[in-house]
Design a protein around this ligand. Sequence first.
Ligand code: GLU
Length: 433
Amino acid sequence: MSTNPFTNATKQLENAAGFLNLDKNILEILKNPKRILEVSIPVKMDSGETKVFKGYRSQYNDALGPFKGGIRFHPKVNLSEVKALSAWMTWKCAVVGLPLGGGKGGVIVDPKRLSDKEMEKLSRGYVQAMKDFIGPEKDIPAPDVYTTPQMMAWMMDEFSRIKGYNIPGVVTGKPIEVGGARGRKFSTAQGGIYVLEKAVKRLKMNSEKTTVAIQGFGNAGSFIAKILSALGYNIVAISDSKGGIVRDNNRAIEAGFPIGSPASERAKHSLDIKDVIKFKKETGSVVGFPGTKTITNEQLLKLDVDVLIPAALENVITEKNASRIKAKLIIELANGPITPEADLKLEKKGIIVVPDILANAGGVIVSYFEWVQNLQNYYWTEKENISKLKTIIEKSFDEVWGKKECLNISMRLAAYVVAVERVARAEKLRRGL
Ligand code: GLU
């Protein structure tokens, strides 16, 4: 069993390559990141002492365009994880047809222990260390786990200072006032909603009755919870890094609410997401929210719900717990939440998995719009951004679904087949292989 993210990412690529009968020379290229940077970032802390943080950037593949992908600030960041995330970014951009490659960065740090001033220094320090390797034509970072629009503003500012003029297109996910795209903040969740609604229709599930459990209450998890509850889905459980909560109401979990029941009836069963968000802001966690039972993150995954949305970190569904997953549909809003071994088990059970590279592509799609707008200095409305996102992600879903149906393969393999074929073709054309 492997929980090494890069081993797993490579396995997923190899599965697709085997299916496509891919030229082994091309596969050799696609299996390796083009460049890996490891840097030491000294930060003078508030206490006066200097601490050195380790930072990474993996530039995986740029056959389709400049490297693109977020930067993660987390105590458990490691090179294998960053490499895997950069490979997944490559396939993500390719499967939705963006003219971008894949990259990813990370810093080993517990951001909860840093002051704002220290976070600013670390963000600027990351850019100083990477200055020769990033830029609008080279590699465009963005937010990821525990990195925020404010940090993107500092990074953009630092890069612009170094170069001597304003370069907003060096990072995406910025606040709107400094060149951010309208709607970028909730775009990962919104993209997840579009694919979820498509899948629910294909599987003939009834959204009025559909029960949902969401693991993770960060940017993606909290926004998808909010949008789903507004659409009338019955969210019975959510969690964050401190633990989970499940609605203390068996009927809601076992049966959902009756079809056609009025919104007021439905509201009795679903968690009130606006209140949960408020509660978390005040207490630091969703745990303890009134009217709920406390559960672990592991228990949340095994609840008898229709839709499960892992929206936190990788490797949460493994060979160990896959056989106990009861959801009919899984939307991977996190990157890499399911290992390849677990994938096989879920497939045998008939569980449909909408893979991360498609399900969470909404973020990078709107990042792409942000980059385009920065380069043109011409800004679109939120409505324009979100309607263009819808067009792209729904078309990609249909393409992947069509492949899955006609080749009788899982959605993950179908998505990889589409993505790997695109990158492989570009490599072939560019290298004359
Ligand atoms: N970190 C996000 C992801 O994993 C967004 C990347 C981006 O916008 O470049 O897809």
